[in-house]
Design a protein around this ligand. Structure first.
Ligand code: OXD
Ligand code: MN
Length: 586
């Protein structure tokens, strides 16, 4: 008798009508074969194999270069279960609309069956997905981003406990592009895109949208968070998880080379994008990284901003939409070194000064986590690593201080629910526009965000030692429009303050929004930063915050009566603290 997986693959093949079906085993030999095929048909362009062994360049269709949030749907029976921040379609309508696009979409093409594990192979918290796709690029990318192939099939056996994801490139026409999630039946359908989060279905579709739904039902958390360990001079490692919106520096922070290395503070990478967290038997929140690779934004990456990834991405790496030098090396804006003669842009054209960016602003590297010199030796701990702090952040040119700590769990959930950031090239649409992005999950929460806030509120009391909750802002600018804080490796100074708060040894000043560092509690030796700049970085302007809190109130109105009362209470309590502080200042 056919297993549930075999039946679903047969059903998918009946619909999409591929010329042949290949079950991926994840082996080296298979990877070599797919790579050779892609080099032959032009899907891959060979990079310089001497300096970048086993590295390849893929150029996606120019209209298919980022996640398309407007074409991404949560398909639940009841509209209110998707909530006001998601696009919604009824499951039957979604299938009726999209099925014809899959009908015969793989004619003359190969269907790859890509089984994968999200999370460490032996972890009880890991889960299995199977993606059926007509893109060899997707299959080889999934091999880097997850534990793909035989290990997943062995773990699955004849069980039906997997998340199926049907993917086809279709005709790549945006008017026939849909990324559909059916959380009630744990199913994903994606058609018309071959790019990133739209096509690598284990990432945003399963590990965040479907998993957040499962996590709410099952009492755990699936979050858009990096996981890092901060080692102190005694060798003790404290783990932290941080949520920043897309392309706001999660990968760089997770892989940071610490500016306080000489003092014994080092940063270890566990994950750069997604954290799955369960209540451990010790009452701590324990995090695993469901992924096995980094799909990071290339532009802006260099030996200063992320030396570890520069060392990791020089072998076995797939590059997408970067530029290529005359000697066949990847190139992008912000890399070390100016553009050289003969540069080819991301579309495959000769690049000339003034002809626009050579690399697409959302160009990516796909690199195995195991290649990073910063990878924690515990990154595959099956029980997950204990999280002592959550850090929220975004790009805020004004307003938010360098770092502040929330008063307690409920207040911290409010802080996370109100984060806001300027949009980036990770999604299509205008760049640089401020938007609220609660917990950096706005594009990734698979259910009603008001219920998601409720789930967060409910998680705190289940923990003996809930993580302390902080907010950071590396992007504050002075009156001259320049960044006030140097960022990158220097951000370890803020992580150290967070650690010192956890260990009850750092001073802080109470403000209406939370506790900010006293200037002397930050370790600033070796950094040239003036007293005035520091003061500006840490300042909290009550009048600006009153306007912010009112905007937050407006944002929350979209959730109507589903907004948890505790969140509304926090918004009001902040307004009261702010008005008391402006009265006191008069
Ligand atoms: C990503 C994103 O690719 O958040 O990680 O867009
Ligand atoms: Mn992300």
């Amino acid at each position: 008798m056919a297993t549930p997986l075999e039946s679903w693959v047969e059903e998918s093949a009946r619909l999409t009508k591929p010329a042949k079906i290949v079950w991926c085993d994840g082996s080296e030999a298979e990877n070599e074969r797919l790579t050779a095929e892609m080099l032959r048909d032009g899907t891959f362009i060979e990079l310089n194999q001497k300096t970048f062994p086993n590295c390849h360049l893929h150029r996606s269709h120019p209209n298919d270069v980022a996640r398309t949030e407007q074409l991404t749907f949560i398909c639940t029976r009841k509209k209110e279960d998707a909530g006001p921040t998601n696009n919604w379609m009824a499951p039957a309508d979604a299938k009726e609309k999209v099925r014809p696009l899959f009908d015969g979409s793989m004619k003359g093409r190969t269907m790859y069956v890509v089984p994968y594990i999200l999370g460490p192979e032996k972890s009880p918290y890991s889960k299995i997905g199977v993606e059926v796709t007509d893109s060899a690029y997707v299959a080889t990318s999934m091999r880097i981003m997850s534990r793909m192939g035989k290990a997943a099939l062995d773990r699955l056996g004849s069980s039906a406990d997997f998340v199926p994801g049907l993917h086809s490139l279709g005709d790549l026409d945006p008017s026939r592009r849909f990324i559909m999630h059916f959380p009630e039946e744990k199913l994903i359908w994606s058609v018309g895109s071959g790019y990133g989060g739209n096509a690598l279905l284990g990432k945003k579709c399963f590990a965040l949208r479907i998993a957040s739904w499962m996590a709410r039902d099952q009492g755990w958390m699936a979050e858009h968070m990096l996981i890092l360990g901060l080692e102190d001079p005694s060798g003790k490692v404290t783990y932290m998880a941080a949520a920043f919106p897309s392309a706001c520096g999660k990968t760089n922070l997770a892989m940071m080379v610490s500016a306080l290395g000489a003092q014994g503070y080092r940063v270890w990478t566990v994950g750069d994008d997604i954290a799955w967290m369960h209540v451990g038997s010790d009452g701590m929140l324990r995090a695993i990284n469901p992924e096995a690779g980094f799909f990071g934004v290339a532009p802006g990456t260099n030996a200063k901003t992320n030396p570890n990834v520069m060392n990791a991405a020089n072998r076995n790496t797939i590059y997408t939409n970067v530029a290529m030098t005359a000697s066949g090396e990847p190139w992008w804006e912000g890399i070390d070194g100016a553009p050289t003669d003969g540069l080819i842009n991301w579309k495959g054209e000769n690049w000339t000064t003034g002809s626009g960016p050579a690399a697409h602003p959302n160009a990516r590297y796909t690199v195995p986590a195991s290649q990073s010199p910063s990878l924690s030796k515990n990154w595959q701990d099956p029980e997950g690593l204990p999280i002592s702090a959550f850090i929220f952040g975004g790009r805020r040119a004004r307003l938010a201080p360098l770092v502040y700590e929330s008063h307690d769990w409920q207040h911290g959930v409010f802080v996370g629910a109100t984060i806001s950031s300027e949009t980036t090239a990770a999604a299509t649409g205008a760049v640089g526009v401020s938007r609220r992005d609660p917990m950096a999950m706005l594009p990734f929460c698979g259910y009603n965000m008001a219920d998601y806030f409720g789930h967060w509120l409910a998680m705190g009391p289940k923990l003996k030692n809930p993580p302390r909750i902080f907010h950071v802002n590396w992007f504050r600018k002075g009156a001259d429009g320049k960044f006030l804080w140097p960022g990158y490796g220097e951000n370890v100074r803020v992580l150290k303050w967070i650690l010192d708060r956890i260990e009850n040894r750092a001073g802080a000043t109470e403000t209406p929004i939370g506790c900010v560092p006293t200037p002397s509690s930050l370790t600033l030796d070796g950094l040239s930063i003036s007293r005035d700049t520091l003061q500006e970085l840490l300042s909290v302007d009550s009048n600006d915050w009153i306007a912010e809190d009112q905007a937050v109130g407006e944002f929350f109105k979209k959730f109507g009566s589903s907004l948890p009362p505790a969140i509304a209470h926090e918004q009001k309590a902040l307004a009261d603290r702010l008005s008391r502080s402006t009265v006191a200042a008069k």
